[in-house]
Design a protein around this ligand. Structure first.
Ligand SMILES: Cc1cc2nc3c(=O)[nH]c(=O)nc-3n(C[C@H](O)[C@H](O)[C@H](O)COP(=O)(O)OP(=O)(O)OC[C@H]3O[C@@H](n4cnc5c(N)ncnc54)[C@H](O)[C@@H]3O)c2cc1C
Length: 354
């Protein structure tokens, strides 16, 4: 069926939902608190299921063309020796696509273009959705990990929680790489991946108190933590500048009892923010958006469409969030690294979720 939808949040989920609902014949209005699209952000791994979801709004091929293919994935110890490899050809054989690396701004631009026929209002924060709920058939809540609407609907018990780990991210220009490496040390890891435009994307995580910037600067802290590590990590640390380093503490959302309340549907990080260790948050957000539009289009009643969305998306995303939490816990080990490496090697033999 068709109707009117108001979307809160113009990030990955909100823009994808706007486009998918518009294409399903819905009248869509989107509100984003920022005055424009975010121009900052490092590479996101786009898994085949997310690229297939983007095919539904005509954007999959843009990701295939603009993204950089991840041709291999190696997991190393801090001394540069190999723990194990992910067989990336298996994924391609199974799905027809590899993982593509694409920066957040590039993805947002593609989604914005796909949503251009909807009414998008930037610089328009929504503090309370009560009046929106009265004005339209469905409110899509896509306001991210610290969602105000989730807090209003589900209470403090479901607020985002710090997982005890902080992440640094960035990219370097003119150093193309086709290989993904993740180097695992004691309670810390350092990842390097390709990014479009001949850039190399990097990220690092370690255990840290919440909201505590490094007193001598983030670059000094990164050099203290990773300066003795070998190979590609050294190259990145020698190249980056303090002002180009992004730092975020990592939070998760506890499993919600439902993604739907009245005529409101939560999608993306607002519904199921997970640790980034499996690189799936944005991918699942895209699949949420496309699935929600499809469920609403295929159902004779709005209520039935919303509940079909909840049934199709809540369990799989919560299972992935639990797996990502397990992967994140593994990176925090600082003893018995031989056992951790064995567990990592075993996990690399399992078929990766597409
Ligand atoms: C370190 C790190 C690495 C990651 N790597 C990957 C990866 O490789 N692959 C992957 O798939 N995922 C990855 N993710 C996860 C991914 O970034 C998120 O899952 C994704 O951005 C969620 O999209 P979203 O649209 O739900 O939320 P967001 O992208 O956070 O968008 C929310 C939007 O809502 C707006 N907003 C907020 N409040 C309001 C309001 N009151 N009114 C109006 N607008 C509002 C915000 O300004 C924002 O634009 C990573 C995350 C982190 C932290």
């Amino acid at each position: 069926m068709r109707g009117t939808a108001k979307i809160v949040g113009g990030g990955i989920g909100g823009l994808a939902a706007a486009s998918a609902l518009h294409q399903a014949g819905w009248d869509v209005t989107l509100y984003e608190r920022e005055v424009g699209l975010s121009g900052a952000g490092t590479a996101l791994g786009m898994w085949p299921s997310a690229v297939a979801a983007l095919d539904h709004i005509g954007t999959g091929d843009d990701v295939r063309t603009q993204g950089t293919e991840q041709t291999s994935a190696e997991f190393l110890r801090a001394d540069g020796t190999l723990i194990g490899k992910l067989d990336t050809t298996r994924l391609r054989r199974r799905t027809g696509d590899p993982v593509y690396l694409l920066s957040r701004p590039a993805l947002l631009n593609l989604l914005y273009r796909a949503a251009q026929n909807t009414a998008t209002h930037f610089g328009h924060p929504i503090a309370d959705i009560t009046s929106l709920q009265r004005e339209c058939d469905v409110v899509v809540v896509a306001d991210g990990i610290f969602s105000r609407t989730r807090a209003a609907l589900f209470g403090d018990r479901y607020r985002a929680r710090y997982i005890g780990v902080t992440a640094w991210r960035g990219w370097i220009d003119n150093r193309p790489t086709r290989t993904m490496t993740e180097t695992w040390g004691r309670g810390a890891k350092f990842g390097i991946t390709p990014q479009e435009g001949g850039r190399t994307n990097w990220y690092a995580t370690t255990v840290a108190p919440e909201g505590a910037p490094s007193p001598d600067g983030e670059l000094a802290r990164l050099r203290e933590l990773f300066g003795s590590w070998g190979g590609p990590v050294r190259m990145v640390l020698d190249t980056i500048a303090e002002e180009a380093i992004l730092r975020h503490d990592l939070h998760v959302v506890p499993p919600l009892p439902t993604f739907v309340s009245g005529n409101v549907a939560l999608i993306g990080d607002a519904a199921h923010a997970m640790p980034p260790d499996l690189g799936r948050g944005a991918c699942e957000t895209l699949i949420d958006a496309i699935t929600l539009a499809r469920c609403l289009r295929e159902s004779p009643m709005i209520d039935a469409g919303l509940h079909a969305y909840d049934r199709r998306r809540r369990r799989p995303t919560q299972r992935l969030a639990a797996a990502a939490a397990g992967a994140s816990r593994l990176t925090r080990w600082n003893r018995n690294l031989w056992l951790r490496d064995g567990l990592l090697r075993m996990s690399l033999l399992l078929p990766p979720p597409a």
